[in-house]
Design a protein. Structure first.
Length: 135
């Protein structure tokens, strides 16, 4: 009873546990900020890639239109036209894939930042959830 070593030891143990919990919380915050930063950088890069993919699709669309005019005038062949159509199809598929990745990244950012997903009763299976404020 004179030295109360047990009580002092318990206090030190609790202080050490508190310090460890604080350190773990700080580490978790840093990891979350790192992930959010990476997701936002990905978002910027994806938007640039989508812009370039859209430009490529528009370019191939114009090439296809011009090649059809040449074909009708007798200056081109159907094989060249089919080649341009294949290129246009590939560029549109790439554009759509990038849009899909962008949508997933937006969902990732919403998840990491803690944006709530709200349930709207009466919605269909695809419209049951809305991110952000419903209209």
């Amino acid at each position: 009873p004179f030295y109360r070593d047990e009580a002092k030891g318990l206090i030190r143990q609790r202080q050490a546990e508190w310090a460890q919990a604080q350190a773990n919380t700080q580490l978790l915050k840093q990891q979350a900020l790192t992930e959010i930063n990476a997701a936002l950088k990905d978002q910027i890069n994806l938007q640039e890639e989508i812009k370039k993919a859209k430009e490529a699709a528009d370019y191939y669309q114009q090439l296809l239109i011009n090649e059809r005019k040449k074909l009708m005038a007798g200056y081109s062949t159907i094989f060249i036209l089919l080649n341009f159509e294949a290129s246009l199809t590939d560029s549109i598929i790439a554009y759509i894939r990038l849009q899909n990745v962008l949508a997933k990244n937006i969902a990732r950012i919403r998840f990491l930042t803690g944006t709530l997903v709200q349930f709207l009763p009466g919605g269909g299976c695809c419209r049951s959830f809305v991110i952000g404020n419903p209209v």
